[in-house]
Design a protein around this ligand. Structure first.
Ligand code: PEP
Length: 250
């Protein structure tokens, strides 16, 4: 049985004050969350204080990226060791905003995945197609290509050390959610593809859905057999909405 997981991607939002309030709100409501693993991914500058605030709770902390290198002259980057040191258990890897706005290739994303693993951080590995790719009918090919880059570098067993987040790019931050059937179809494809290489890895692997998930659509999406939770952007910035999604997951 895969334990559901809900991760909040706060993106580049927040201030010292708002982060404190958001954490207080989430901590207050954690009693209503039965069975889901709850992760928050603040901007890097707030990771330490969020990790401090989460220390006496079940809330886990993740980063929004990780450097593919471990040390040295990489101005602006943050290493896996540093993230671990500040309290991160997870790292979002290959988010579509990183791929499209900052030119991160499949190969670079795979190297970031590898960096997370060797530093004992669990990757939240994001994949997904653009609207154009969906309209061309190549959604599965795109997801397969993105996964294959990690498998080529690290082997299929490496996927067991993290989670995959299927995030159709056209659904991120747009209010356009994939229907439960659309999402389930891709999740089933992803699991089937991995299962063809290693059934145990595929059965144990949590595949999250991300893209305009909110308290109104979360239960139906996460009720699909291959959807094991959510990666939440906008709705993770309001503690009540985030908690409602975490509760629906459990
Ligand atoms: C995301 O950025 O990972 C995301 C899913 O955003 P939103 O929920 O706002 O669509």
């Amino acid at each position: 049985m895969r334990k559901p997981m809900v991760a909040g991607n706060w993106k580049m939002n927040g201030s010292s004050e708002s982060v404190k309030e958001l954490m207080a709100g989430i901590k207050d409501g954690m009693g209503s969350v039965n069975n889901a693993e709850v992760v928050v991914c603040p901007p890097a500058v707030y990771i330490s204080r969020v990790a401090g605030s989460a220390a006496d709770t079940a809330i886990k902390v993740g980063s929004q990226n990780i450097c593919d290198e471990d040390k040295g002259a990489f101005t602006g980057e943050i290493s896996g060791e540093m993230l671990k040191d500040t309290g991160c258990e997870y790292a979002i890897i290959g988010h579509s905003e990183r791929r499209s706005l900052y030119g991160e290739s499949d190969e670079l994303v795979a190297r970031r995945f590898a960096a997370a693993r060797r530093n004992g951080i669990k990757p939240i590995f994001c994949i997904g197609e653009t609207l154009e790719e969906r309209e061309q009918g190549i959604t599965n090919d795109v997801c397969a290509r993105q996964i294959d880059a990690v498998i080529a570098l690290e082997g299929v067993e490496a996927l067991a050390d993290g989670v995959i987040a299927y995030e159709p790019v056209w659904a991120i931050g747009t209010g356009k959610t994939a229907t439960p059937e659309q999402a389930q179809e891709v999740h089933a494809f992803i699991r089937g593809k991995i299962s063809a290489l290693n059934a145990d890895v595929a059965n144990g692997l949590r595949i999250l859905y991300g893209g305009s998930m909110n308290p109104g659509n979360a239960a139906e999406l996460m009720g699909q057999p291959d959807i094991d939770g959510g990666l939440i952007g906008g709705a993770s910035l309001k503690s009540e909405d985030f908690l409602a999604i975490c509760t629906a997951a459990g």
